[in-house]
Design a protein around this ligand. Structure first.
Ligand code: ATP
Length: 223
C-alpha cells in the first residue's frame, strides 16, 4: 500500500528525516514510535507532501513524489493530525461534511454512535475523546485506503485511549483501511499494530514485529 525508500525531509536547511525506509502492506497497521522531536510528525507530513522531501514514495502502486497534497489525498490517503485541527465553533456534522459527502456520514456514525447522538453539538463543547472521534471521523469521510494518525492518544484518559484503540482496530479490520500510527503511547501502538518502526533523530533505529519489540519501552522510552 505504501513504500517509502530513502526518504529525507527538510525544514529550511535542516535535515529532519535522514533516509527512512518503511513499508505498509494492504490491510496492515504499522506503528512509528519514538521520543519527542524524533521526526514522527514530519514523516507524516512528508508522505502527504507538506514538507520538502527527497527519496521515493510509492502509494498504491504509484510513485507520488511529484504530486501535490490534494492529489495524494484524492488517491486515497488521509491524515488525522496532531492536535486534531477541528473547527471548534462548528457542529460535529459540519466538521465531518467539510471533508466529504453526506453519503459517508453513516459510515462514521456506525463506527462512533456517540457522534450521531451529538451531531448537532458544537465541537468546542465536547470532551477530548469525543473530539478525537470527530477528527478520526473526518479523515474517514475521505474514504481513504491509508489512514495516518498522529498521536491520537495525546491528552486522553486511559479508558478513552482504549475506546479509540478499539475504533482504530475496527477501521483496519472491518473497513479494510491500512493504518500508519505515530505514537508515544507504546501500549496503544502495540494494541493496534502488527509491526513497528522506532524513529530516533530522524533515523529508523529498529523495526520488527510487535513481539520482538516489546522491550522497546525500556530501551528508548525510559532513558
Ligand atoms: P513530537 O512528538 O514532539 O511531535 P515528532 O517526533 O513528531 O515530535 P517532529 O514534530 O516531526 O517530531 O519534529 C522533528 C524536528 O523538526 C524537531 O527538531 C522540530 O524542532 C523540527 N521542526 C518541526 N517543525 C518544524 C518547522 N515548521 N520548522 C522548523 N523545524 C521544525
Amino acid at each position: 500500500m505504501l513504500k517509502v525508500k530513502g526518504l529525507k525531509a527538510y525544514y529550511d536547511e535542516a535535515e529532519i528525516l535522514r533516509g527512512i525506509d518503511l513499508e505498509i502492506e494492504k490491510g496492515e497497521a504499522v506503528a512509528v514510535l519514538g521520543p519527542n522531536g524524533a521526526g514522527k510528525t514530519t514523516l507524516i507530513r512528508a508522505i502527504c507532501g507538506l514538507v520538502r522531501s527527497e527519496g521515493e514514495i510509492v502509494f498504491d502502486g504509484r510513485k507520488i513524489n511529484g504530486l501535490k497534497t490534494h492529489e495524494r489525498i484524492r488517491l486515497g490517503m488521509a491524515v488525522c493530525p496532531e492536535g486534531r485541527r477541528l473547527f471548534p465553533n462548528l457542529t460535529v456534522e459540519d466538521n465531518l461534511l467539510l471533508a466529504g459527502d453526506a453519503d459517508e456520514l453513516e459510515t462514521v456514525y456506525s463506527l462512533f454512535p456517540r457522534l450521531k447522538e451529538r451531531r448537532k453539538q458544537l465541537v468546542k463543547t465536547m470532551s477530548g475523546g469525543e473530539q478525537q472521534m470527530v477528527a478520526i471521523g473526518r479523515a474517514l469521510m475521505l474514504k481513504p485506503k491509508l489512514l495516518m494518525l498522529d498521536e491520537p492518544s495525546i491528552g486522553l484518559a486511559p479508558i478513552v485511549v482504549d475506546a479509540i484503540g478499539e475504533a482504530i482496530s475496527k477501521i483496519r479490520d472491518e473497513m479494510d483501511i491500512s493504518i500508519l500510527i505515530v505514537e508515544q503511547n507504546i501500549h496503544l501502538a502495540f494494541r493496534i499494530s502488527q509491526r513497528a518502526y522506532v524513529l530516533v533523530k530522524g533515523e529508523i533505529v529498529k523495526e520488527g514485529g510487535i513481539e520482538e519489540l516489546h522491550d522497546l519501552e525500556k530501551q528508548y522510552f525510559e532513558a
